[in-house]
Each structure stands twice: as C-alpha cells, then as structure tokens.
Write a protein that binds this ligand. Sequence first.
Ligand code: HEC
Length: 159
Amino acid sequence: MSALSRFTKRIVWGLFILCSFQTIAADNLLKINTDRAKFNYQMLCQGCHTPDGTGGKSVPKIKDFIGYFLQKEIAREYLVKVPGSANSSLNDAQLAEVLNWMIIEFGGESVPKNMQYFTTNEVATLREQPLFEVVEYRKMLIKQLTLSNRTVDETSDQK
Ligand code: HEC
C-alpha cells in the first residue's frame, strides 16, 4: 500500500470516527424547546401532575423527587414505561423532551449532577414495554434509591 493511500485511509477513518462521535453527541445534546415542552405538559400531564409538579392524592410528587429515578437504570426506564408517559399521545421525540423538561423544571436537588438526557431512540424502545402493575413496582424501585432524609420523611406517609 502506498504512503498516500495509507494517509487517505487514516483521514477517512478519522472523519468517520469524528462523525460518529458527533452523532452521539448531537443525540445527547440538550435540545429542549421549553415552550413546546411546557405546552405539551400543560395539555397532557398537568391535569394530574399539577402545574408545579406537586401532584395530588394518588398522583406522586414529581417536584424535588423525579430526579432520584435517574440513579438506577431500571428506575430511569420506569419514567418512560409508566402509563402516563408510555401511553401518551406524544411522539417519541416530544415525550423525551417533556420528560427532560419535567426533570429540569421540577426535579430540583433530586437531579444528579451528571444527568443523562432521554433521547428519542431510548424513549422509542422503552415505551414499547409499558408497565401495568405500577403502584407496587414504584415502591420497590424507591426502596433501591438514595433519597435525602427530608424526602424520606415526606414520602413515608404518601400512598
Ligand atoms: C390521569 C392522570 C395522569 C396523567 C394525565 C398523567 N399522569 Fe403521569 N402519573 C400518574 C400517576 C397516578 C402516576 C403514578 C404511577 C401510576 O400509578 O401510574 C404517574 C407517574 C408518572 C411518572 C413517574 C413519576 C413517579 O414518581 O412515579 C412520570 C415520569 C409521569 N407520570 C409522566 C407523565 C407524563 C409525561 C404525562 C403527560 C404526557 C403524564 N404523566 C400524564 C397520573 C397521570
């Protein structure tokens, strides 16, 4: 192989690797259209989850809590598989956006510093397996998470 073609080959590989990194980066990039996310939340989620994420009697508090689910893969997946998310009329990109927005908007200190944003592809795969028996499953998940002491006190008397 001539020096030139080896050189060309390296360039091609270099570009290829660069491009694949960029695609991954672009997919993970925070592309939240806040107005659209908020609008979708207001139209489809807020009725139960309330405007500030406090929730209600049978609707869990998302405010200062939702971010805890990002600690474990199985709990992260729950946020997409829960019926309110998985069965919503939002498309995969919109659902990923609303979930990311809800976490940032309401999560407060529960959100991990290195939060990994939901991507369209991830959401598309996960929502194909929606959950049915949610209440017990949720309790089981929460036992596996590390909550701040204050939050444990607050949640202990919830359902
Ligand atoms: C009819 C009421 C209702 C609507 C509308 C609703 N949810 Fe929910 N959501 C719930 C309830 C109740 C739970 C607790 C789990 C369960 O029992 O399904 C929940 C749980 C969740 C959770 C997990 C949080 C936790 O702490 O368990 C997420 C994420 C979520 N919903 C997202 C959404 C999104 C996104 C929308 C709008 C597209 C939405 N929900 C619309 C009632 C609702």
